[in-house]
Design a protein around this ligand. Structure first.
Ligand code: GCU
Length: 427
């Protein structure tokens, strides 16, 4: 066999055996990114060009939102529910006397049952309403800061040897185990509040056929189509909106200055929350990758096939159609970014987090940002990836790539704080 024929045979064999044995080999070679053409952001389904903000808002945006709902994240069931808010802790001195700690229990009630969701707030002492970051966390509210006043998470927790989490329960030793990811004092010193929810309070992150969490009490199969039922990312995003329902009622906060922020899978949820709920003035995606800020068609690092295979409960059933068939997707993630316009969006990547495809995250921000021009706002001007730790900001759109791994670092928070302060007119 000639050398090229031999290597062709080898590649085909590897691909076939990967498919048969379910293994996955991520592509990290830019030269192997397939050629792709993105779905047109500014062309209506009827083929007409979108030339004004009005046509975008009234026609194109709803078209794109519906496509993401039906084909990617799934629809929130059309079922009525009631919310009640109970302030369970308030006015507790925190962060060396610079802030107060507050906790609010949101209870969602439906005909099927009740779900408590605990929201923790650190609020800078101030005599006027303050802007805030609303976030989800991975290991319980008590994991983000060692303050003993924070209630321990009560819902299912992922076991973690390093954090001493066994039997899927939180415990005293888990206080502050993730504090290094949360620049609480820096946020407070900059005049912003921080709110956080343990994501498992909304929907525990494992595949149980959608029996637990909000899925268990908010469901509607009346249209007979299960393929567009909401996945966990849509549920987490929905929970962020319910926290917003509370925030708008609390005079401590400036409801027009709320930033929704998330890391990784929770960055995907933050993006979907920002897309579906216009009350969020700013959306921040930290290393959200596949199904988040990264373009799916690049198939770089994690792919649609791989994410559907590893996390079948995150997206809706229809999304499975696009496993290894990315070019059939009626959307790509630049359209998700565009749904934020004219509100603010910031996307961040990490150099060593190739699994999340930093270039794909930048490109979707670049392409998505073009819609801001319809609102007489600047779009990102360079298709070329910015240098490491040289953030690019075009008024309402920001992006950075920093050194290091998949994580949330002080560098990330510094950029978010400074971008939020500028968007919110604090400087
Ligand atoms: C996995 C998954 C990613 C996700 C990440 C996380 O790596 O493949 O899509 O973003 O977990 O949430 O930590």
């Amino acid at each position: 066999m000639k050398k090229t024929a031999k290597s062709l045979f080898l590649i085909t064999f590897i691909c076939l055996s990967n498919l048969v044995f379910g293994q996955f080999v991520a592509n990290y070679d830019e030269s192997k990114v397939p050629e792709y053409s993105l779905p047109e952001l500014l062309v209506l389904e009827n083929g007409k060009k979108v030339k004004t903000a009005g046509v975008w808002e009234n026609k194109r945006r709803p078209e794109i939102l519906e496509l993401f709902q039906n084909e990617v994240f799934g629809k929130v069931p059309d079922v009525s529910y009631e919310l009640s808010f109970q302030v369970i802790k308030d006015n507790i001195e925190a962060i060396n006397g610079k802030a107060i700690l507050k906790e609010v229990e949101i209870t969602v009630s439906t005909s099927e049952g009740k779900l408590p969701i605990n929201v923790l707030f650190f609020i800078p002492k101030s005599n006027k309403p303050v802007p805030l970051f609303l976030t989800l966390n991975f290991y319980g509210n008590q994991s983000i800061h060692p303050d003993k006043n924070i209630s321990l998470a009560k819902s299912w927790l992922r076991n973690n040897e390093e954090f001493g989490i066994t039997e899927n329960k939180s415990n005293e030793a888990t206080r502050g185990v993730r504090a290094y990811r949360w620049e609480v004092e820096e946020i407070i010193d900059n005049g912003l509040a921080l709110a956080t929810i343990y994501y498992g309070d909304i929907d525990p992150d494992f595949d149980d056929g959608f029996k637990n969490g909000i899925h268990g009490i908010l469901k509607d199969d009346s249209d007979g189509n299960k393929n567009d039922n909401w996945g966990s990312i849509a549920a987490w995003a929905w929970g962020l909106s319910r926290a917003m329902d509370y925030i708008v009622t609390d005079a401590d906060f400036d409801k027009d200055k709320v930033a929704v922020m998330g890391h990784s899978r929770l960055g995907k949820a933050a993006l979907w929350a920002g897309a579906t709920d216009k009350r969020f003035a700013l959306t921040i995606s930290n290393d959200s990758g596949c199904g988040g800020a990264a373009l799916s068609r690049r198939k770089f690092g994690e792919t649609v096939w791989r994410i559907n295979d590893s996390f079948p409960h995150w997206f809706c059933g229809n999304f499975k159609k696009y496993s290894d068939q990315e070019s059939n997707l009626p959307v790509d993630q630049h359209m998700l970014i565009a749904l934020m316009a004219p509100r603010a969006i910031y996307v961040a990547s990490a150099e060593d987090d190739q699994w999340a495809d930093p270039r794909g995250e930048y490109l979707s921000t670049y392409y998505g940002s073009q819609v801001y021009k319809l609102f007489n706002e600047k779009a990102l001007s360079e298709q070329k990836m910015p240098n490491i730790e040289s953030p690019v900001v075009a008024s309402k759109v920001g992006y950075h790539i920093r050194k290091g791994k998949h994580d949330v670092t002080p560098y990330d928070w510094q950029q978010y704080i400074s971008f939020a302060r500028s968007c919110f007119g604090l400087q």
